[in-house]
Ligand binder design. Structure first.
Ligand SMILES: [Zn+2]
Ligand SMILES: [Zn+2]
Length: 116
């Protein structure tokens, strides 16, 4: 997934947060790296198009205040239980204090059973 452009000086990467709504109506937040606003916009829009998601907002993580201390899953990340890549509708952990998301309810239940 990672594309690298050969260059002597790499632009510093900022952490960004993006909130999507999936076709089922649930909202979830992802983080990703991009050097600037336009790059971030490209990342957000192409991901939204590919996964058929609605973009609610995106912003630089260090400017996000209330969201700052939370570690969100990476955009296009993997299920923390089975390591499969996420589809468009991740299953959030049923424990309210837990930020993990899963590829399926089966993985979520096994994680809850083992970790909570
Ligand atoms: Zn899984
Ligand atoms: Zn959990």
């Amino acid at each position: 997934m990672k594309r690298r452009i050969a260059s002597d000086e790499e632009l510093p990467q900022e952490k960004w947060l993006v909130a999507f709504r999936n076709p089922g109506g649930s909202v979830f937040v992802r983080q990703f790296l991009a050097p600037g606003y336009y790059e971030a916009y490209d990342v957000v829009m192409s991901h939204a198009e590919k996964m058929h998601l609605e973009v609610l907002w995106f912003l630089e993580k260090r400017k996000s205040g209330q969201y700052m201390n939370t570690n969100y899953p990476e955009l296009g990340g993997k299920c923390v239980w089975c390591n499969r890549k996420f589809g468009s509708e991740p299953v959030p952990c049923s424990n309210e204090d837990c930020e993990f998301e899963f590829c399926s309810r089966k993985c979520m239940f096994e994680h809850v059973h083992n970790k909570h």
